[in-house]
Design a binder for this molecule. Structure first.
Ligand code: SF4
Length: 337
């Protein structure tokens, strides 16, 4: 069992020691997942958000300048059809935090489940909601929900998000309690963040009872208060990813597109460090250009690139491990069992 000091030590390794860390992480991944990489198909459903995160160009203060969009339930079903036709059964909807998404997504879910004959994971990343809204989405057939805590540092979190960490943790506890497979995650390299704080991010994810955990390098995005800050360190991010794998071998851990945006070959290195999830983007091009999560020049993963990346990493694309025929019974959350 790794503690905070062990993780900080791992965050600092470089050279041969880093290679050894990555090899241990790959071995831990292989014991649970073999060579499988879960492939998700994401569609971004709205770029409107009521939150005002310092690091995000879709922040509330930018709403007037941003050209907004919001998918209807019918649009979502059409997007899910495209994802199904690509052979992917993880339908992932993400968007800004606005209450309207509850009903729109909730109405689409049963139709999407029908499209897949139930062999589908519906994964959502739509921000904080009330418990009854989460319960409604679960009853409609949603499987899993990602809500990143971003940083476990209470003060830094409030400074970055202008919301309390506690409000997010309460949502995460609700999601676990309702029965969702839950994902959380951290940003590495936020101004004022320490290595100890990053280590505690991973431990917090474990404490929550998460089934999925991501680590992303901070990208200073244009039109945000952090535009001039230095970017997050890719080596620390990769080490944090590998440490996550050692901490909880059964976690789904994505190799995020922000790694590719931060360093050429960064997403390949994410798999070398123990990641086992890749998200392919199915957002229509005109909406994708308006989903400014890292600014206009964000790196968007499309199918051809994804196939090549998984093959290059010596891995095999896989369907959902939480739903349908690909489900792994061993993936009950160890922290809760
Ligand atoms: S990071 Fe998410 S919650 Fe924060 S402003 Fe951007 S879209 Fe909204």
């Amino acid at each position: 069992m790794l503690d905070e000091r062990d993780i900080v030590d791992l965050l600092n390794v470089r050279g041969a020691e880093q290679e050894e860390l990555f090899a241990r992480a790959r071995e831990a991944r292989e014991k649970v997942f073999g060579t499988r990489v879960v492939v998700r198909g994401v569609t971004e459903i709205t770029n409107v958000c009521r939150v005002n995160c310092e690091f995000c160009p879709m922040r509330r203060d930018n709403t007037r300048e941003n050209h907004s969009f919001r998918l209807s339930s019918e649009d979502m079903v059409a997007a899910a059809t495209t994802i199904r036709d690509s052979g992917i059964n993880v339908v992932f909807f993400q968007g800004g935090e606005v209450p309207q998404t509850t009903r729109l997504v909730g109405e689409a879910i049963p139709k999407i489940r029908e499209l897949f004959d139930g062999d589908v994971e519906i994964l959502l990343n739509l921000g904080n909601k009330r418990r009854d809204e989460f319960a409604y989405l679960f009853e409609q057939g949603a499987t899993s929900y990602i809500l990143k805590h971003e940083t476990s540092d209470v003060e830094l979190n409030e400074k970055m998000r202008h919301e309390t960490l506690e409000s997010r943790l309460e949502c995460l506890r609700d999601l676990v309690d309702i029965g969702f497979k839950v994902g959380t995650g951290a940003i590495v390299g936020l101004p004022g963040q320490t290595l100890g704080s990053i280590a505690r991010d991973l431990l917090l994810a474990q404490e929550i009872g998460a089934h999925m955990c991501s680590v992303s390098p901070f990208i200073p995005a244009p039109a945000t208060p952090l535009a001039d800050c230095p970017p997050g360190d890719v080596e620390i991010t990769l080490n944090a990813l590998a440490a996550s794998r050692l901490l909880q071998p059964s976690w789904l851990i994505p190799s995020v597109s922000a790694l590719a945006a931060s360093q050429s070959g960064g997403q390949y290195r994410g798999f070398a460090a123990g990641a086992n999830v890749l998200t392919v983007n199915f957002t229509a091009a005109d909406h994708s250009d308006r989903y400014l999560i890292y600014g206009k020049n964000r790196f968007v993963v499309r199918s051809g690139y994804a196939d090549g990346l998984v093959a290059e990493a010596g891995l095999q694309p896989s369907r959902s491990v939480f739903a349908g025929k690909g489900a792994l019974p061993a993936l009950a959350c160890p922290a809760l069992s």
